[in-house]
Design a binder for this molecule. Structure first.
Ligand SMILES: C[S@@+](CC[C@H](N)C(=O)[O-])C[C@H]1O[C@@H](n2cnc3c(N)ncnc32)[C@H](O)[C@@H]1O
Length: 765
């Protein structure tokens, strides 16, 4: 993915669909003397490959996408793509030119990633490609397809995440890799055998606005195992959890897997960020080296024995890549680079460099050694160049096995440029490590080389001694204790700094007791089984303060969230005054106003259905057939009497009003490749399929081959229970407006608009 936009980012306001940017920048403008000189000096590719490398850098980047979601739903959508859409795109000719069909990215597991390189006008005008394009747009909107650069899909593949892992994504926004990691975490958990993984994914980013993008992205796979935080990763404090053997004792949490997809200069994205051609210069990489190293070193301190870190950038610059890895390895001798050459056999890459020559802005000289640089430059030049000894290859470079790093170049497999290094902790012991002290700057502010790491000059302009960042890791800085020794649940009332439960104007995270009336009501009305984790239900509201109001109760909450056990422990046993906690777990139930005179009741959010199904009494799930599905998809608020006579209609007539679930079995009419479960809302005389219009259309396209949903935007109205039977209403008697109780997550939607198709396609058990 791209760089930190705070540091230049993707320049300009690029139009959303700006894939074919050759329309915007002439090939003749795709030159930068500094780029050529610098990278030829570094010998990043053999001399005889240089022309091919540069030619590819100037060619348009193919569009790439990944079929997302749970394993079974992804496989089934991929089969539709492979067996229906792609064959229709073979032998297409447009304006006398043969247009190649999409092809599978050879190295992506199970053939779930695709690429195509087709001009926009073909997508707009050529009938078969037009249909394929609208299929992709539909499926992307509902979250089944994720448009993602091919190389950006790589780091999560090297993480080997399992459902019980504690995983951290240190620089996570906007979240395409977080989404991949979540999918891996939600692969069937063999330990718990439930829909809820026992591990955790802590996704962090220093940019608060971008964490909300991240929450929005990850809403495609709602997860009780997700935590999102907002802090400078280089000073991330050690989180704590109660010891499993002695819950009264706190112990540090170490992660099994950490992704450091760090902010970088981003010149590997030149094929799509054409502005970089004009502005590229090596200083950006020089300036980022320190922050990148501190983030990686912090990750090393938070990693469990035998754990794994993936360090990645979309930069080609060895100063941001091998130099960072070398510095980190030298400061942590119990780490080594992992040989991952056999992991993705079809991936083509070049080994990491063992020699490179940093340069300053003038580019007149690259410097062999740090000493030459110091001897050559004036004091001013030295300060501006932002270089430390750690920018150069260390003396023991050979011992570090840097060729185990992966360099991905555009001419190898028609991708962007990328760098990946996989590091493993070899030692068995860990010591608790305290977080470096926070610098006096906003967490959002891009970090500079800390004063202590900058060259210090004496009065004569000579550098007497320069601290080597690699030898003085940030972790040795003074301590800032973060986790609470005696954890207390978040308190009620307005949060003040120091009170626990979150400052930063985030609504607090308050876990409800299992006998809370809201939880009890959910369990009984939604027929949840005793195994439902009632003690992990939280609300985004202050806990009642019995001192202030002895009768206070938490009854009356509108939205209920659930977490898994580990997320609950992390939320309740750590202090979120320094770390901004922006999301914990996922919203599962929302209160739905009933029709006139009816009582408001909880319903399961459609996207949360896969989580709730394993805890739902199977006898309460109604079976449907193709006739039922047709009515539900075609009409917005069909009367119950509009359904074909049969078991479904009889069952629904007998049911109480409120939330219900319908199952369409795998194999139904030869159409469904796995069970389809959908949320329903029953009003006195009509039913509503609680999925949004786009998700409904995508479902319709898949099941019926066309969009049969009603084109009219129907407005929900309230009608009395004695509405005339036998007539369809223009707008039914469902009231589809859910209130919010202050949950401030970015993906809150009105009831009836919240279901993504991936969430409703539930794997058959
Ligand atoms: C390359 S992008 C990450 C892309 C992301 N992993 C993805 O796949 O969608 C780098 C991210 O680092 C964040 N960032 C910059 N400085 C940071 C820091 N000190 N700590 C944590 N995140 C930081 C930026 O806000 C940016 O979102």
């Amino acid at each position: 993915m791209g760089r930190n936009n705070k540091r230049g980012g993707r320049r300009g306001n690029k139009p959303k669909d700006d894939v074919y940017r050759t329309d915007l920048v002439e090939k003749s403008d795709m030159h930068n003397e500094r780029f050529t000189t610098y990278y030829q000096t570094q010998k990043i590719v053999p001399e005889d490959e240089w022309d091919a490398f540069m030619e590819s850098m100037r060619a348009p980047l193919p569009t790439t996408f990944r079929v997302a979601g749970s394993r079974q739903t992804a496989q089934s959508l991929n089969a539709t793509l492979r067996d229906k859409h792609v064959p229709a795109l073979n032998n297409v000719v447009f304006e006398d030119q043969s247009i190649p069909p999409p092809v599978q990215i050879p190295w992506y597991p199970d053939g779930l990633a695709w690429q195509f390189n087709v001009p926009k006008k073909v997508l707009r005008k050529q009938p078969e490609f037009k249909e394929f394009h609208s299929f992709l747009v539909f499926e992307t909107e509902v979250g089944n397809v994720s448009r993602q650069e091919a190389v950006s899909m790589l780091p999560p593949l090297f993480m080997d995440v399992e459902p019980h892992h504690k995983v951290m994504d240190m620089c996570a926004a906007p979240g395409s890799k977080t989404a991949q990691l979540l999918e891996a975490l939600h692969a069937q958990d063999t330990l718990t055998s439930t829909s809820i993984p026992s591990g955790v994914l802590l996704a962090n980013d220093s940019d608060h606005k971008r964490t909300h993008l991240l929450i929005h992205q990850s809403a495609r796979l709602p997860s009780p195992a997700l935590l999102v935080t907002n802090l400078d990763a280089s000073i991330y404090p050690q989180l704590k959890i109660p010891s499993p053997n002695n819950p009264a004792r706190m112990e540090p949490l170490f992660f099994d897997r950490i992704l450091c997809d760090v902010p970088c200069s981003g010149d590997g994205t030149l094929r799509k960020n054409l502005g970089i051609w004009k502005t590229w210069q090596p200083m950006e990489g020089n300036g980022l080296h320190g922050l990148q190293l501190r983030i990686l070193q912090r990750a090393m301190k938070m990693l469990a024995p035998q754990g794994r870190i993936v360090y990645s950038t979309c930069s080609l610059n060895p100063v941001e890549n091998e130099a960072v890895v070398a510095g980190a390895l030298r400061s942590n001798p119990d780490f080594r680079l992992v040989d991952v050459s056999a992991k993705l056999p079809a991936l083509r890459w070049r080994p990491g460099l063992t020699a490179w020559r940093p340069t300053d802005k003038s580019l007149c000289t690259t410097y062999d050694t740090y000493e030459t640089f110091m001897a050559t430059c004036t004091q001013g030049e030295m300060v501006k160049a932002k270089m430390t000894r750690g920018h150069w290859p260390p003396e023991d470079v050979e011992a570090l096995e840097l060729p185990r790093c992966l360099r991905i170049y555009p001419h190898l497999q028609d991708t962007g440029g990328f760098f990946v290094a996989v590091l493993e902790r070899t030692s068995t012991g860990t010591t608790e490590v305290e977080a470096p002290r926070e610098k006096k700057r906003g967490a959002d502010e891009p970090a500079e080389i800390p004063e202590s790491k900058k060259p210090r000059l004496d009065s004569e302009g000579v550098v007497p001694k320069v601290e080597d960042a690699a030898e003085t890791p940030a972790e040795t800085d003074a301590v800032a204790e973060v986790a609470t020794k005696n954890p207390a649940p978040p308190k009620a009332g307005k949060q003040k700094k120091g009170e626990g439960g979150g400052s930063f104007k985030e609504n607090p995270y308050t876990f409800l007791p299992p006998d809370d009336p809201s939880v009890v009501s959910c369990v009984s009305r939604l027929h949840l089984t005793p195994s439902f984790p009632s003690s992990n239900v939280l609300v985004r509201a202050p806990a009642p303060d019995p001192d202030a109001d002895p009768d206070a109760s938490t009854n009356g909450h509108r939205n209920l969230y659930i977490t898994n056990d580990l997320v609950k422990l992390l939320v309740t046993h750590n202090d979120y005054n320094r770390i901004r906690l922006t999301c914990a777990g996922t919203k599962v139930f929302t209160k739905q106003e009933a029709g006139r005179g009816g009582e408001a009741q909880f319903r399961v959010l459609g996207e949360a259905l896969p989580l709730v199904i394993p805890y739902t009494d199977p006898a309460t799930i109604v079976e449907g057939d193709m006739g039922v599905l047709t009515v539900l998809v075609e009409k917005a608020y069909p009367l119950i009497s509009a359904f074909p006579e049969g078991p479904f209609r009889t069952a629904l007539m007998e049911r109480e009003t409120g939330s219900h679930i319908v199952r369409f079995p795998c194999g139904l009419d030869g159409v469904l490749s796995h069970d389809l479960l959908l949320p329903l809302w029953k009003s006195p005389s009509s039913l509503t399929l609680m999925i949004d219009k786009k998700a409904k259309s995508a479902l319709s396209m898949r099941v019926f081959g066309k969009d049969i949903t009603s084109p009219v935007k129907e407005k929900p109205v309230v009608v009395s229970a004695d509405a005339v039977e036998g007539d369809d209403l223009d707008a039914g008697d469902a009231v589809v407006k859910a209130d919010e109780d202050g949950g401030n997550d970015a993906v809150d939607m009105d009831a009836g608009e919240a279901v993504k198709t991936d969430a409703v396609m539930v794997d058959a058990e």
